[in-house]
Ligand binder design. Structure first.
Ligand SMILES: [Ca+2]
Length: 75
């Protein structure tokens, strides 16, 4: 199980301008960086799915929630 610190380090990489939240453009850059091919529209849909408080950005708590799901043992 990854430690919270590891998630934070990853989040900081995504949060390129250091604003404390990953915005749609940063999420798009991130998807492109790992070789994902998604249109701007698909990126916005992905963000909407992860954006629990609907502020249009992925905050650290939302990102941590995503990580916790990814690293959970599954069903
Ligand atoms: Ca949000």
């Amino acid at each position: 199980m990854a430690e919270q610190q590891d998630f934070e380090a990853v989040f900081r990489v995504f949060d390129q301008d250091g604003s404390g939240a990953v915005e749609v453009g940063e999420l798009e850059a991130m998807v492109r960086a790992v070789g994902g091919k998604r249109s701007g529209e698909q990126i916005r849909e992905l963000l909407n799915e992860l954006d629990y408080d609907l502020n249009g950005k992925l905050t650290y708590s939302e990102f941590a929630r995503l990580c916790a799901e990814l690293f959970s043992p599954g069903e």
